[in-house]
Design a protein around this ligand. Structure first.
Ligand code: COA
Length: 368
C-alpha cells in the first residue's frame, strides 16, 4: 500500500511531464519556461485542449470566441445573488459551475471542448458578478473590452483596464497554473469522468478538491503567513517557532518535485519586479527570508503557490480570490484530462486494505 498513492502510476497522459528527468515540466512537449516567456494563456489553453499551438488565425478566432462566452444567464445571476456575500469564493465557483451545468448541460454540440471554452469565459464573470453584487450592490456587465482572459479578470475586478505589465503577470500566472498531470483535483476530475458522468460534475468535484490548503488553497495560506510579519527577522523567528511546533508552512514542498518547482522561479521574477514597482519593502524581503529559512531548516523549496501569493497581492487581488484564479486557469488542464480520460476510459476503482473488525454475529437491537 502507498499512503496518498505516492509513487503510484495511476494512468497515462500526453498532456504534461511533471518532474520527469530530462524534461522538467512541459505541456504537450513545450517547456514551461518557453511557454511562460513566449506564449499567452489563450495559446496554452488551445494547446492543452486541441493538441497543438494555434496559428495566428486560429488564435485571433479563439480570443473572439472566448470573449463571446463571458455573459451569464439571468438564472445564474439570480443564484449568485442568493449566495451569501460571506461565502468563500471557491464555494461560489463550485456552486456557479454546478448551476451552469443545469442551465447549459452537456449534450450534442455542447461537448467538453465547447464547455471548457464556456467556463474559461464564464468563471471570472461568475466570481466578479457575485463580488460586486455583494460588496457594492452592483449588477455588473460581465463583458469588457479586454481580449484576453487575464485582461478580463483584472478589468472586472478593478473596474478599469489593467496596465500592460499587470496583464502580462496575470497571463504568466495563468500559464503556470494551467496544467500539472495527476495532481489531486485533476485526478478527481478523471475519477468522476471514468464513471461516464458529465463534464460539469467532473469540474465541480475538481473545484472542491482544489480548495484545500494542501493543494490550491496553499496560495491563500502562504499569503496569510508572510503578511503576519513586518521584518525579515520577525519572519525568521515566526517560522522557526512554527517549525518547532511541527506546523506545515504553506507554499513549500511538493509530492513529485524533489529539489525545485520550475514554476516558482518564473513567478518569483515577476513578484520581485512588481514589488519594486510598488515600492514594497516588507512582503518581498519577508518572502525571501522565509524561503531561506525553509531551505536551511527543512531543505524545502517554494512551490508555485508561494511567490504567486505576493505577485497576486501586488496585482491588487484580494487574498480570498487567489485560489479562484487557479480555477480560471486550471479549467483548461482539467478539461483536457476529461477529454483524454474519455478517449481510453476504464472505471477508476482501486482497492483498500481492510483493517476493520473480523466478521462477528449481528447484535439485535435489544442486546446493544
Ligand atoms: N512545511 C513543513 N514541513 C513540510 C512541508 C511544509 N510545507 N512539506 C513537507 N514537509 C515535511 C513534513 O512535515 C514531513 O516531515 P516528517 O517526515 O519529518 O514528518 C516531510 O516533509 C514529508 O511531508 P509529507 O506531507 O508527507 O509530504 P507529501 O508528499 O505528502 O506532501 C505536500 C506534499 C505538497 C502536501 C506538502 O509538501 C505540503 O503540505 N506542503 C504545503 C502545502 C502546499 O504548499 N501545497 C501546494 C502544493 S503545490
Amino acid at each position: 500500500m502507498s499512503a496518498g498513492l505516492e509513487g503510484i502510476v495511476a494512468g497515462r497522459t500526453s498532456l504534461s511531464t511533471v518532474g520527469i528527468e530530462g524534461c522538467g515540466l512541459t505541456y504537450r512537449g513545450y517547456s514551461i519556461e518557453d511557454l511562460s516567456e513566449q506564449a499567452t494563456f489563450e495559446e496554452v489553453a488551445w494547446l492543452l485542449l486541441r493538441g497543438e499551438l494555434p496559428n495566428q488565425t486560429q488564435l485571433d478566432q479563439y480570443r473572439k470566441t472566448l470573449c463571446g462566452l463571458r455573459r451569464l444567464p439571468n438564472e445564474l445571476k439570480v443564484i449568485l445573488e442568493q449566495i451569501p456575500g460571506t461565502s468563500h469564493p471557491m464555494d461560489v465557483l463550485r456552486t456557479g459551475c454546478s448551476a451552469l451545468g443545469c442551465m447549459e448541460p452537456e449534450g450534442p454540440g455542447q461537448g467538453p471542448l465547447e464547455l471548457a471554452d464556456r467556463l474559461i469565459g464564464a468563471f471570472p464573470s461568475m466570481l466578479m458578478y457575485w463580488h460586486w453584487f455583494h460588496t457594492a450592490g452592483k449588477r455588473i456587465e460581465t463583458d469588457c473590452d479586454a481580449n484576453s482572459v487575464a485582461g478580463h479578470i483584472l478589468s472586472l475586478l478593478h473596474g478599469r483596464a489593467p496596465t500592460e505589465i499587470h496583464e502580462r503577470v496575470m497571463d504568466v500566472a495563468l500559464i503556470l497554473y494551467a496544467e500539472h498531470e495527476f495532481n489531486a483535483s485533476t485526478f478527481t476530475a478523471r475519477v468522476v469522468t471514468s464513471t461516464l458522468s458529465d463534464f460539469y460534475s467532473a469540474i465541480t468535484a475538481a473545484i472542491g478538491t482544489l480548495r484545500g490548503p494542501l493543494h490550491g488553497g496553499a496560495n491563500e495560506a502562504a499569503f496569510e503567513l508572510i503578511d503576519r510579519y513586518t521584518t525579515p527577522d520577525e519572519a525568521e523567528q515566526g517560522v522557526m517557532e512554527l517549525l518547532r511546533k511541527k506546523a506545515k508552512i504553506m507554499g513549500f514542498g511538493h509530492r513529485v518535485y524533489r529539489s525545485a518547482d520550475p514554476r516558482s522561479d518564473v513567478i518569483q521574477v515577476w513578484a520581485a519586479q512588481l514589488a519594486k514597482a510598488v515600492g514594497d519593502t516588507r512582503l518581498y524581503p519577508v518572502s525571501e527570508r522565509v524561503e531561506a529559512v525553509m531551505r536551511r531548516e527543512k531543505r524545502l523549496f517554494p512551490n508555485l503557490d508561494f511567490y504567486s501569493a505576493s505577485a497576486f497581492h501586488f496585482l491588487g487581488i484580494p487574498t480570498l480570490f487567489f485560489t479562484p484564479l487557479f480555477v480560471f486557469s486550471r479549467i483548461s488542464g482539467w478539461a483536457a484530462h476529461v477529454i483524454e480520460q474519455r478517449t481510453d476510459n476504464r472505471l477508476i476503482r482501486p482497492t483498500a486494505d481492510y483493517v476493520g473488525p473480523a466478521p462477528r454475529p449481528f447484535l439485535p437491537l435489544s442486546n446493544r
